[in-house]
Write a protein that binds this ligand. Structure first.
Ligand code: EPZ
Length: 433
């Protein structure tokens, strides 16, 4: 893994960023679209594909299974899985990203077997996969777990049978995986207490365009009629990345003079835009853009504190919790941040305190932020990709220089981030190892 670092010279509270930030295709949409190639008899092609590490890892994982994956045109990927025979996931890749778990369902449904290690991914919680294993068992599979508890082997020699699956937690990747898997199962599958993220609706739209019979995506109950391998009908565009768009919007509220965020889907960001408006940030919301224009000398402390509680979609996204906390260290007043989804997703708070933020940790799920405070540049080690971006934002508004390590985590989810930030006036340089 590359050990690149970023050197950022802070604006010291000045509001000078100006220009356009174009949003890329959504990481958490394309990774599942690529995995769904395993339930197709024909090749599939996607456009607006972000050039990020996780997309490359997913391509490598599918290639390792025997798929033909080509990134021949920038922003596009084509995948054919007709020669896939292997049903054991490459350990090294599977340990590097959570999305590897999504591939297990389609492999099991198509070939009757799958073996894989406990998936990797961000250190934001222990990331159990119990609901995946329970769901496969409900569909007739037999699960065996190695003595170490680290490796799984699942078999369904007679194929999978449609079932009623109730998720005790509305899990995003469980919802997506079982939606795809059920396409190859015998009979009807009903997913209850399903997640409702926009990426799930987009995946269902693609699968239905290709012959699947999925209804209810975007609601808590999704019904899938099994029907066998699908045939793709042309190029499918990856939806805009709402988390990237939201992070850029928060940066604009922090240090933007005249910033527009384009190629985004504002209706996917209502929880954030409402919170920023409650804080006093004036936003201009267009069909596929959001703009922030503020007087050059307007301090962020003119905005007021707001309480944030993360929640499954359409609530406040957990993936925007860290960037929002950076914003709340700069507004006036006390803000309570309550992270309800993951148990270790406030792990960045001590580093922001080291920079000068006033953050009191109440427990693993709640911190109290008091602003405004001046942040000073520091050397930082990003713990995961979303906190990594929050560190970049903190470094941009701080006084002095910051070094951000573990840039690989940031490259997992944001393509060419330093080029795009530099284009609106951020002083950021990649120190390649
Ligand atoms: C997806 O993760 C996203 N990742 C995450 O984004 C996002 O934070 C999360 O959804 C919540 O929105 C991808 O889509 C690749 P969950 P996922 O299953 O599906 C528990 C990013 O930065 N759970 O919705 O893994 C789990 O521990 C990443 O892009 C079980 O208990 O999240 C968590 O507490 C970070 N058993 C809760 O459910 C299971 O079998 C919700 O997790 C599965 C999950």
């Amino acid at each position: 893994m590359k050990k690149d670092r970023f050197l950022i010279t802070g604006l010291g509270g000045k509001r000078t960023l100006a220009g356009e930030l174009t949003v890329s295709g959504a990481k958490n949409a394309i990774l599942k679209l690529m995995a769904s190639s395993l339930i197709f008899k024909t090749a599939v092609t996607f456009s607006n594909v972000p050039e990020i590490e996780d997309v490359r890892r997913m391509g490598e994982m599918l290639q390792d299974l025997g798929a033909a994956v080509s990134f021949d045109r920038s922003g596009f990927v084509s995948i054919s899985t007709e020669n896939v025979k292997k049903t054991t996931l490459d350990r090294e890749i599977a340990k590097r990203m959570r999305s590897s778990i999504i591939v297990t369902g389609p492999l099991l449904a198509r070939f009757g077997a799958v073996s894989f290690p406990h998936p990797g991914g961000c250190v934001i919680g222990d990331r159990p996969i119990d609901m995946f294993l329970e769901g496969y068992q409900k569909m007739g599979a037999v699960v065996s777990i190695s003595k170490t508890g680290e490796d799984y082997e699942i078999k369904a020699p007679n194929g999978l049978v449609g079932a009623e699956i109730f998720f005790r937690i509305p899990s995003v990747t469980n919802t997506e995986t079982f939606m795809m898997t059920a396409v190859l199962a015998w009979g009807r599958t009903v997913l209850q207490n399903a997640a409702m993220e926009p990426e799930i609706e987009s995946l269902a739209e693609f699968l239905n365009k290709s012959g699947a019979k999925i209804s209810g995506a975007g609601t808590p109950t999704i019904t899938i009629e099994g029907g066998g391998l699908l045939e793709s009908g042309g190029v499918f565009e990856t939806m805009p990345d709402r988390i990237e768009a939201g992070s850029f919007l928060i940066l604009a509220a922090l240090a933007g003079k005249e910033i527009s965020i384009t190629h985004c889907e504002p209706r996917h960001l209502i929880a954030l835009t409402e919170a920023l408006r409650e804080s006093g940030v004036p936003l201009e919301i267009g069909k596929s853009s959001i703009s922030v224009s503020l007087p050059k000398n307007m301090p962020v402390s003119d905005f007021k504190s707001v309480n944030i509680k993360t929640h499954e979609y359409p609530g406040f996204p957990t993936d925007l919790q860290a960037p929002m906390t950076v914003f709340l260290t700069q507004v006036t007043g006390e803000s309570l941040i309550h992270e309800t989804i993951f148990e270790n997703r406030l792990n960045y708070a001590p580093d922001l305190v080291r920079m000068g933020a006033d953050i009191k940790v109440w427990d693993a799920h709640r911190v109290l932020v008091t602003g405004p405070t001046i942040l000073k540049g520091r050397e930082l080690f990003g713990p995961d990709l979303r906190a990594g971006l929050a560190y970049i934002m903190a470094a941009i508004i701080a006084e002095g220089d910051s070094i951000i390590n573990n840039v690989y985590f940031i490259d997992r989810g944001y393509s060419k981030i330093e080029e795009r930030l530099a284009a609106v006036g951020v002083s950021i340089e990649r120190l390649a190892e």
